[in-house]
Design a protein around this ligand. Structure first.
Ligand code: GAL
Length: 743
């Protein structure tokens, strides 16, 4: 039979099962010690994370089809509270936030869903998925036994569950959702600190609340050893083979098998060799695991200001099997697909029995699964990190490369070895497109009337997020200082005075009397920093304006919701005749956001009274903070597109009013650990790109473009040159596999 007819039949079967489930038989998902049980069948389930807001609805079906073709059974996604409830009681489920459409797309393709509601999600997502307004609910304390927090968390969780029920999306209703998650890595909350009794009370409450919602599918808590029954505790990590659930009657689930790692501005690009990932997965299965999920299978893009961290890049590529742009990444995709096929050949034996373990040498072992009906599957492992081994198993010889596992679905034939990769690396190129960005114009961000337009004043320095409520990355801190004409530096007496500005994060640009004096930045590891630099002061009144810039709110760390952002002080003028002058506690005025943001300069339909100036005429202007705009026609073809922002400094970019994200050409520091898998390297992640900007290319979804006259607007903080921005096409060439086999 042709494969198409087979797949048609399978699809028919799938939909029949769904129909039968919803109308006649009560469908169910349960679990036992071996596996998740769907409609009475124990299953080995292969899952991959694809987060719906990190791609566009136009990309979803293709991504999910590719996931299915790669051998996946389940798509896992978090639910991102802050995009769905931007202000209390106002919901948004449109466009990239159309959760129901995403799940129905998975259903249409014929896969299951693991819905990780959280609603704390971590995920390198702004504020870990919490809406910023939540922090300002009176009396609130996050993720503990606190009335206002629990009420809000329950409200959102219930809302999502009800939406799913209304659309009949739980498997118990015939839908694709087979698992749900409440909370996320609660264990880490106490990192280095003992969990308090209120924390235990909270986690028990969360489990009870979730189970009480009656979804008909099991709930999971990842990295929470105390997950109360019937919630299943699951493992996250690079390796999870040593993990055991907290009760003997729960299955061994791996909710995050890290396929690579995220990147931060100023850091390297991380990769995880597929040999190591495949080894980790095979080892998990051989030790009785029955569900694993690649975090991420497709990472995608942190559009807009959705990246958390702080300092997480706009790209969330993650070195995943499907890259940021939706293209297959080889050899990762193909090798894992081969692995999945081999595992599936063993499914019956795997779910039917516990393995019998036999030693085949110092570092070599056989794990044998035999079902009562005579099926037998074996995993032969060589745990030595750099020596190959020849083992004898059931009177046959097998060669095992170092750090590898061979899978024998019939206990005889070695169909797959985790270290033998038959795919070549895909060759990625960013090629020029035929589309030119034309007629660049510029507009200087107006910093002359900051004090007049400011609506907030205070004695002392205020927290940035308290002022902005995260409606903008930008907050101006403005004050003035009187300098006496008798100061000796005014007569060239001694060194210039300097200013010292301490910030809790994440970046600052310093302006004295309207002139730029310098910038300073934190890092993800150390958000706080101090700017020190000479200042040009004059006799009389001097205006000091500090533009504090947030680069994504934290998403992880002990009570990160309470961390401060922005200038916390001290702010000191040094080198005056009487020593230093402390400006920290004097009167400060504040302006939230940029004038250009208030005027909606990014919108293609915005009516603004702004005079844009032709770029060539504007280049004399010394203003540091500039808006730039240009138009372009969509390039022909259907390759994914990116902006090459290599000529720029730091800022944000929009196309037709949609935010592509933050950009920053900050170079990756340090020495990279090489990624060559030359037999001795056994770290789960290696590094690339040291000495280059962490992210030079920024994904432009095709569906955001019109055929002609697309508007690009850039806000640039560091004087970059927009005339060199170009639109490129991402192309991938996948060389033939090393030795043939059907795919
Ligand atoms: C996990 C967390 C995920 C993500 C990941 C790192 O600990 O559960 O949400 O943050 O780390 O990418």
């Amino acid at each position: 039979m042709e494969t198409t007819s087979v797949s048609k039949l399978l699809t028919l079967f799938f939909f029949t099962v769904l129909f039968v489930c919803s109308e006649l038989i009560h469908c169910s998902v349960t679990y036992d010690k071996k596996a998740i049980v769907i409609n009475g069948q124990r299953r080995i389930l292969i899952s991959g994370s694809i987060h719906y807001p990190r791609s566009t609805p136009e990309m979803w079906e293709d991504l999910i089809q590719k996931a299915k073709h790669g051998g996946l059974d389940v798509i896992d996604t978090y639910v991102f509270w802050n995009v769905h409830e931007p202000s209390p009681g106002n919901y948004n489920f449109e466009g990239r936030y159309d959760l129901v459409r995403f799940i129905k797309t998975v259903q249409k393709v014929g896969l299951y869903v693991h819905l990780r509601i959280g609603p704390y999600v971590c995920a390198e997502w702004n504020f870990g998925g919490f809406p910023v307004w939540l922090k300002y609910v009176p009396g609130i304390s996050f993720r503990t036994d606190n009335g206002p927090f629990k009420a809000a968390m329950q409200g959102f969780t219930q809302k999502i569950v009800q939406m799913m029920k209304n659309e009949k999306l739980f498997q118990s209703q015939g839908g694709p959702i087979i698992l749900a998650q409440i909370e996320n890595e609660f264990k880490l909350l106490g990192k280095g600190r003992a969990l308090a009794p209120a924390d235990y009370k909270y986690i028990n409450w969360a489990a009870k609340m979730a189970v009480g919602l009656g979804t008909g599918v099991p709930w999971v808590m990842c990295k929470e050893d105390d997950a109360p029954d019937p919630v299943i505790n699951a493992c996250n990590g690079f390796y999870c083979d040593d993990f055991s659930p907290n009760k003997p009657y729960k299955p061994k689930l791996w909710t995050e098998a890290w396929s690579g790692w995220f990147t931060e501005f100023g850091g390297p690009i991380y990769q995880r060799p597929v040999e190591d990932l495949a080894f980790a997965v095979a080892r998990f299965i051989q030790k009785g695991g029955s569900y694993f999920n690649y975090y991420m299978y497709h990472g995608g893009t942190n559009f807009g200001r959705s990246a958390g961290g702080p300092f997480v890049t706009t790209s969330y590529d993650y070195d995943a099997p499907i890259d940021e742009y939706g293209l297959l990444r080889e050899p990762k995709y193909g090798h894992l697909k081969d692995l999945h096929k081999a595992i599936k050949q063993c499914e019956h034996a795997l779910v039917s029995s516990d393995p019998t373990v036999t030693s085949l040498g110092t570092y070599e072992q056989a794990y044998v699964f035999s079902s009562g009906t005579g099926t037998c599957a074996a995993f032969l492992a060589n745990f030595h990190s750099n020596s190959a081994a020849r083992v004898t198993f059931k009177n046959k010889h097998y060669d095992l490369p170092p750090w590898s596992i061979s899978i024998l679905p019939d206990c005889k034939t070695d169909v797959f070895n985790t270290a033998r990769v038959r795919f070549q690396a895909s060759q990625i190129q960013m090629l020029p497109s035929n589309s030119r960005l034309f007629s660049w114009e510029t507009y200087d961000e107006d910093i002359t009337s900051l004090e007049e337009s400011s609506r907030i004043t205070a004695s002392g320095l205020i927290d940035q997020i308290n002022a902005t409520r995260d409606t903008s990355d930008y907050l101006w801190y403005i004050t003035s200082v009187e300098i006496s004409s008798s100061e000796s530096f005014l007569r060239g007496g001694h060194n210039k005075p300097s200013i010292s500005v301490h910030s809790a994060g994440h970046a600052v640009h310093v302006f004295i009397n309207g002139k730029f004096s310098g910038s300073a930045f934190g890092t993800r590891e150390d958000r706080s920093f101090t700017f020190n630099g000479p200042v040009n002061l004059r006799a009389g009144t001097n205006k000091i304006a500090l533009l504090s810039v947030a680069v994504g709110l934290p998403n992880v760390g002990y009570h990160f919701e309470a961390w401060k952002t922005g200038i916390t002080g001290p702010v000191l003028l040094q080198g005056l005749d009487h020593g230093q002058k402390d400006l920290t506690w004097q009167k400060w005025s504040y302006q939230v956001g940029l004038k250009g943001e208030a005027m909606n300069l990014v919108s293609p339909n915005g009516v603004s009274s702004v005079d844009w100036v032709r770029e060539s005429l504007a280049s004399q202007s010394l203003q540091q903070l500039k808006w730039h705009r240009a138009y372009f026609n969509a390039p022909v073809g259907n390759e994914p597109l990116a902006l090459d922002l290599g000529s720029m400094g730091k800022g944000q970019v929009w196309i037709n009013g949609q935010s592509i994200g933050r950009y920053w050409m900050v170079y990756a520091k340090g020495d990279c650990k090489p990624c060559s898998y030359a037999g001795t390297y056994r770290e789960p992640k290696c590094q690339l790109g040291c000495g280059q900007p962490t992210q030079r290319w920024y994904h432009v979804p095709r569906s955001w473009l019109k055929p002609t006259r697309n508007l690009i607007v850039v806000f640039e903080e560091l004087g970059g040159n927009p005339e060199k921005i170009s639109l490129v096409k991402r192309t991938v060439h996948i060389p033939a596999s090393k030795h043939s086999s059907e795919n």
